[in-house]
Design a protein around this ligand. Structure first.
Ligand SMILES: [Fe+2]
Length: 398
């Protein structure tokens, strides 16, 4: 018997990468976000240009399809977004059936949270002939990893859990990953460092610091130690280890090529790392103050700071990268203006709020004390990072 019903029209999809590229360029995208209000409040897609967004929850479409479709402006290219791409696909299907062109954002906010965008850090000519620094921006979370290549070798710093991505990216750069480094025991995301290093049989280094039991196998690095990377055709580059305790007692920065400070969560481009995540805000805050005013003091103003996180669009440069000259940050970051440890500790203590509950679980995984299923990790990692201690309000600054 012939099927007399009509098959639903296929729902075209757009992936997060293409959506972000279009939105960054300022293409006239209309985003229809069908998540519930709580989810929308907690986390939104951000691009370099504002995204025109309409909010109509999925359940409204279920209860009143015609009325909900009528709320969507016509004559625009509509892309529909939900948490994981399922409800949005259904809504996009309803729109298409009603004659409204629509696409589904594949994987929804979960895919947004995982997407990695590599961008090259601009270097001076002489440096560019010896090495490259790729900043890998996990846009949804505001996390930054780095792949530093020189003479056929690569060092990966603060990799995310998608280790296949980092392996493939290094291969595209014709570089062999020879070391994996973490700047500290992260609290907002599960590090890919131990797994990436183990999969390649190369050393992994991170310092947890006093008071932490680290159960990952690590190759210890001493303050002031220098790693040589490269060697092909005589090209080498140096990574200097600088202990920068405060955000965590083991926090370490890596000075690449003498001029690029991979600062972890020690100093950001508009704030500094929060020193309260271990429950010792006064003690760690004093350590952080000593690092910012003492340990980093000898570095010249033209050193480029490349942090592990950023807070929002205001931290992104015109070329899409997140970086700042140390001299500029010394003048403009409010937390770098304090002249006494007491004032600094008081300000950052007042500024930080309770961290997300999942941070304690993530720290345990990154220490190697516990493990978790991929689904659990995805759940813990939802939302933007909350790693900064912005003392703007506490200091009366804006
Ligand atoms: Fe951190």
């Amino acid at each position: 018997m012939a099927d007399t019903g009509t098959d639903p029209l296929p729902v075209p999809a757009i992936d997060v990468k293409d959506l972000l590229h279009a939105a960054d360029r300022g293409d006239p995208v209309l985003l229809l976000d069908v998540r519930n209000d709580d989810e929308v409040k907690a986390w939104k897609i951000e691009a370099r240009q504002a995204i025109d967004t309409v909010y109509v929850p999925y359940f409204d479409f279920i209860e009143d399809e015609v009325g909900s479709i009528a709320k969507v402006p016509t004559g625009r290219d509509v892309v529909v977004l939900c948490a994981q791409g399922g409800s949005s696909e259904m809504v996009a299907g309803m729109l298409i059936e009603a004659g409204v062109p629509a696409r589904n954002v594949k994987g929804g906010m979960v895919a947004y949270g995982e997407y990695l965008q590599p961008l090259p850090i601009p270097l001076k000519d002489l440096e560019a002939s010896r090495f490259t620094i790729w900043q890998v921006n996990r846009r949804g979370k505001g996390c930054l990893s780095y792949v530093v290549c020189s003479g056929g070798e690569a060092v990966v710093v603060d990799p995310m859990k998608n280790i296949e991505w980092f392996g493939a990216f290094a291969r595209q750069q014709d570089a062999r990953i020879v070391r994996v480094l973490d700047t500290h025991i992260h609290a907002d995301h599960v590090s890919g460092g131990p797994a990436l290093a183990a999969s390649l049989g190369v050393p992994y280094s991170v310092a947890a610091g006093e008071g932490f039991e680290l159960r990952q196998p690590v190759a210890p690095l001493a303050d002031g130690e220098r790693l040589q990377i490269g060697g092909a055709e005589g090209v080498t580059m140096e990574v200097r280890i600088i202990r920068t305790p405060g955000h965590t007692p083991g926090s370490t920065s890596y000075l690449v090529g003498g001029s690029y400070l991979l600062s972890g969560d020690t100093v950001f481009v508009s704030s500094v790392g929060r020193p309260d995540l271990g429950g010792h805000v006064a003690e760690w805050g004093r350590m952080l103050f000593a690092t910012l005013t003492g340990r980093l003091a000898p570095l010249p103003d033209d050193v480029v700071v490349l942090p592990a996180h950023y807070a929002g669009l205001h931290d992104i440069n015109a070329d899409g990268t997140v970086s700042g000259r140390l001299g500029h940050l010394r003048r403009t970051v409010p937390e770098l203006q304090f002249r006494s440890a007491d004032e600094f500790v008081a300000a950052v203590s007042a500024a930080v709020k309770e961290p997300p509950a999942a941070y304690a679980e993530i720290i345990k995984v990154n220490l190697g004390i516990s493990s978790a299923s991929p689904d659990k990790i995805t759940e813990w990692e939802l939302g933007k990072n909350e790693c900064a201690a912005s003392a703007r309000k506490a200091a009366g600054l804006h």
